[in-house]
Ligand binder design. Structure first.
Ligand SMILES: [Zn+2]
Length: 339
């Protein structure tokens, strides 16, 4: 039902390529689940169901995509990085109610966004692998008060049984509970590299940058061998002096680099999209600085003041109003379906 819309054959193929070229990659699900999802997607795309009229669903696959950056859920947020559990839940509720559905960072940077017609992608990211993001009850089930537990509940309420989020983790994730990484993968969540020690990469030499990213990746692959790590997030949003080393170095190769702040990301089919520096929206209380938090951006995406990406329901075509045609990356010209 929903899964085929999320994990396409094309996406599975793209991720498979990445997994061959890097030590690991980031996917939307455990490899064990991938074949059945891919098979389902194949049969779905092979069926003769006609594509939706892009104008009827106001498809705009050159629209913008919110990549929300979360940190901790705390009772007393102190800034733009944290929320209370209630604020976080309310934000997810509003995102879902406005027709957004989750996709992974891997899907974003690969340009393989496969949602039903009329739905809008949102990427949920969680940095620093802190304890409020994921926890378990004594019986091993997901703690419903954790960020993942709240996401599952909100998604299920809106008919989505397979929400995804991307977790950028450091060494000693979740206060030493490395085993949680495999649990997250089993839940269909994606894992990404955030360096071993949350290093300021600008302060390191080239060898140090590569060591941090290699060791950060090793934390994931050791605890969650099934994880497919496709992207990294820059600690503090700071790039290394040798910028290329954020994505590729000795022992690692990433298809995407996630930044910090401040605006929605361009569509991956837009000429403005740079997978090597993907902006993320800080999600937390607005504290005087404007236009940098979800509190500011989400209402603009809801109202259309900022045009959101709206799916046409066909992962092989890029549909958009003719007025937006100037934004198309020429690389996707053969897939373009302006209307
Ligand atoms: Zn961080």
């Amino acid at each position: 039902m929903r899964a085929p819309y999320r994990r396409t054959t094309a996406l599975a193929a793209a991720l498979a390529v990445v997994s061959l070229t890097s030590a690991a990659c980031g996917g939307s699900g455990a490899p064990a689940a991938a074949p059945s999802r891919s098979a389902a997607a194949s049969s779905a795309s092979a069926s003769p169901s006609p594509a939706a009229d892009p104008a009827a669903v106001k498809a705009n696959e050159l629209g913008q995509i919110p990549v929300l950056m979360y940190h901790q859920l705390v009772a007393q947020p102190r800034g733009v990085y944290d929320q209370t559990p209630a604020q976080y839940k309310a934000e997810l509720e509003s995102v879902y109610a406005h027709g957004f559905r989750t996709v992974t960072a891997a899907a974003l940077v690969a340009g393989k966004i496969d949602l039903p017609a009329g739905q809008k992608p949102v990427v949920l990211t969680f940095d620093d692998s802190t304890v409020s993001q994921y926890g378990e009850l004594p019986d091993g089930s997901v703690d419903p008060s954790s960020a993942v537990g709240i996401l599952l509940a909100v998604a299920n309420k809106h008919g989505d049984d397979s929400p995804v989020a991307t977790f950028y983790v450091n060494a000693d994730p979740f206060a030493g509970k490395d085993a949680y990484l495999a649990k997250l993968v089993a839940l269909g969540m994606e894992l990404g590299d955030h360096t071993a020690s949350h290093a300021n990469l600008k302060q390191l030499d080239d060898a140090g940058v590569q060591r941090e990213l290699r060791e950060g990746l090793a934390v994931i692959t050791k605890a969650a061998p099934d994880a497919v790590v496709t992207t990294m997030a820059l600690p503090l949003g700071v790039r290394p002096r040798n910028k290329a080393l954020a994505a590729k170095g000795s022992g690692y190769s990433f298809a995407g680099v996630m930044a910090v702040g401040s605006n929605p990301a361009p569509s991956p089919y837009s000429a403005r999209f740079n997978p090597m520096y993907v902006p993320r929206i800080r999600s937390g209380l607005r504290t005087g600085d404007q236009a940098f938090t979800s509190t500011d951006w989400l209402p603009q995406l809801y109202s259309g003041k900022v045009s959101p990406y709206v799916s046409d329901g066909d992962p092989d075509l890029v549909s958009f109003p003719r007025s937006a045609a100037g934004r198309l990356n020429p690389r996707f010209a053969s897939s373009a379906r302006p209307y």
